[in-house]
Design a protein around this ligand. Sequence first.
Ligand code: GLA
Length: 730
Amino acid sequence: MAIIFREQTKQFYLHTDNSSYIIELLEGKIPLHAYWGPRLDNMPPLTTWKSSNFMNFNALDIPTSAGGDFQCAGSLPLELPTYGAGDMRQPAFHAQYADGSRITKLEYVGHTITSGKPGLEGLPATYGGAGQVDTLELHLYDALQELSVYLQYSVFPAQDAVTRSVRVVNESDNLVRLLKVASANVDFYDMDADMLHLHGLWARERHVQRVPLTNTATQFGSLRGASSHLHNPFFALLSPDTTETTGDAYGFSLVYSGNFLAEAEKDAFNMVRASIGLGGLDFAWNLNSGDSFQSPEAVLVYAADGIGGMSRRYHRLYRDHLCRGRYQHKERPVLVNNWEATYFQFNEEKLLTIAEKAKALDIDMLVLDDGWFGKRNQDNCSLGDWYVNTEKLPGGLKGLGDKLNAMGMKFGLWFEPEMVSPDSDLYRAHPDWCLHVEGRSRSLSRSQLILDMSRADVQEYVINTVCGVLNSAPIAYVKWDMNRNFSEAGSALLPPEQQQEVAHRYMLGLYRVLETITSRHPEVLFESCAGGGGRYDPGMLYYMPQTWCSDDTDGVERLYIQYGTSMVYPAVSMGSHVSACPNHQVGRTTPFKMRGDVAMSGQFGYELDLSRLSEADLALAKEQVAFYKKYRHVVQWGDMYRLCSPFEEPFAAWEYVAADGNTALLCTYVVAGKPNVGRKRVKLQGLDATAEYKVETDGRVYSGAFLMQVGLAFDRNLDHLSNVTVLTKM
Ligand code: GLA
C-alpha cells in the first residue's frame, strides 16, 4: 500500500517510488501540508518543530489550539485553505451560505484508504487498478454549515504522481453557493521558485515561459470556454537552479478542457501557495440540499531529475493511465488530410487523386476535412447541417469510403459538432440552442455560434447526428474540431441564479457526449482539435488519444510548439503533418526533408496536395513514410529527452529511446541559418553507458558513455537543416 496513516503522529504518508507527499492533522483536526519532495519515510510532526531550532517560527507559527486561537493560520501550510477563518491568502475553496456568510471552517472527521482508484462522476480522470494506484479520501466537515468536503488523493507509485480532487456534499437544508473549488492546493514553505508555464495564441500554442516568482500573486487561466490557446492548464514550480536534467520540478496539470484558474502566491515569509482548478471571474455553482459537486482532477508530479524527468513521468502516466480505447497502445495510421491541399474546393475525383498518390507512398488513410456537408463552400455557413453535399460527393460518404477501402486506404472525417452557423437549417429550426443571452446580440466568430452543450436536447442531437454519420459510412477516424471561444455564455434553460454554471455545465455535457460517442464507436480513432491546439489538455485526451497540435504547420514554428507541448504531453498524442511551401501560415520555405523530420516527432501525416509534388519530393515522401513506420514505435512509446531548446538558441534537439532500450532516435534541427558557426555538439541522454551503439547513417560505433558525455556533432549550415539519426544498441 502506497498510503500509510500513522495514528500516533496523525500523519498520512503518500509514497511513490521516488517521492513522498505528507499530510498532517493539526491537533487531529486541520489537514496541514507537511511535505512534498524526494522520498521521506519519517518526518517529525510539524507541531514538534515549534520546540526546536529547526525553523524560523515567525514563518510557521503553529497555534497550540486549533479550535481556539486561530489567528496565526495566515502562515500555516494548509491542504485546503478556505476563506475567512484565519488564513489571509487566496483560498482554494470559497462558498457563500444561506445566512450570507462566506466563512468555511473544515475539520477532519474520518478517512478511508483503498486500493485502486474510483472514477470521477461525469469527468475525465486518470485510472488504474489495485497494485497500480491507491486512494486516500479525507472527510472534512463544517459543523455550522453542515458541509462535507472530501479531499481525494490517488497515488501512482511507478509514475511519481499524486492526483487530487475535491468532492463537496451539502448536508444542510439550505442552498450553498460554491464560488471557488481548486482541485489541488499545495503550500510550500520558504521556497524560491520559478514558474514554468505554456502560453500562446492561435498558431503559436504552448510556448515555454519560465519566470521567477516574486512576492506577489501570479494568476492565469481561461474564460474562453476551452482550456485555450492562451494558457495550457498546466504549470510547474522549479527550483531556480533546476535544469532539464537536474533539480526539483513540481508539476500541476489539470484534467479539464474548459475555464480554469491557476495561481501561485508568494507571501512575505516566502511561503508559496500554488493551486489549480475551478474558480475565478465567472464560476459559481448552486449546490442544493443533499447534492454533491465533484471538482476536476489535478495531477501532481514530482521529479528530482529536472524538467525532463517531470515530462517523462507525465508522458508515461497519460499514455498508460489516462488515454483509453482500442488505439491506446496501438501504433497509429499515417494519414493525409485534404485541408491545406484543397480547403473547400474539392470533389470526389480530386480526393481520389490524392488518395491514389497517398496509396503509392504507403500512407494508410485519407482524412476529409471541412466542407463535405450542407452547402459549405466557405467558412460562413452550414455548421449543424451534417448531411453530405452530393454535388461534391455524388456517392455520399459511403461511396467515397468504399472506394478508398477498395484501394486499401482508410477513410477519416472532420466534424465540428459543438457549433452552429446562423446560416443553417439547424439554427433556423432551433435558434435557442446556442449559447446566448436574451436581448443581446450574438457575437459571431468565424461566422459561427456555439451550441449550448449544457442542454440535454442538444447533447442528444449531437450524439444522434454524429453516430448517424458514423453508421452511414466506413469511417475509421474522426477529427473533432471546435473553432471558436465563448461569448454571451448564457443558457436558455437555466434560471438566472444558475447562469454562472454554464461554462462548467457545458463541459459536463460535452464530456457526456464524448463518452457516449467514443464508447459506441470503439473502432474509430478520434483526434481532437480546436482551431489547432486550443484544447490540447488531459481532459480531451481521456476521450481522444491524439490532438491536432497547431494550425501552424511550418517546420520551424512547429519546433517551438512541439517542444513546449512535450512538457506535459507525449509524442503519441501530437498530430503533426508535412504541409506545402511556402507555408500557408508564415510564408516560409523549408526543405521537404526538414518538414518531414519535424512531423515525425509526433503522429506523422501529410497536409498537402500530393498530386502536385515533384518526383523528387514524392520519392522523399515515400522514404519518410517507410522510415516512420519502421521507427514510429520509438517515438510513440519511447522515452523523450529534450537536449537543446529552440527557446534558448537557434538549434533544437531531442531524442526518443525505445521502451526496450534497443533503439534511439536523435532529432536535430537548425532553427535559423547563421554564417560561419562551428558544428553543434549534442550530448545524448537515457542510453546504457556500458553498451555500444551503432549510428545507422555511417555505421560508426560508440559507447553509450561516449554518446552521453562527449556527444555527436552536427553541421549548422543551410545544407544540413535537420537530421533524424538512428542509433541501434549492439
Ligand atoms: C480548424 C482546424 C483546421 C481545419 C479547419 C477547417 O482551423 O484546426 O485543421 O480543420 O478548422 O475549417
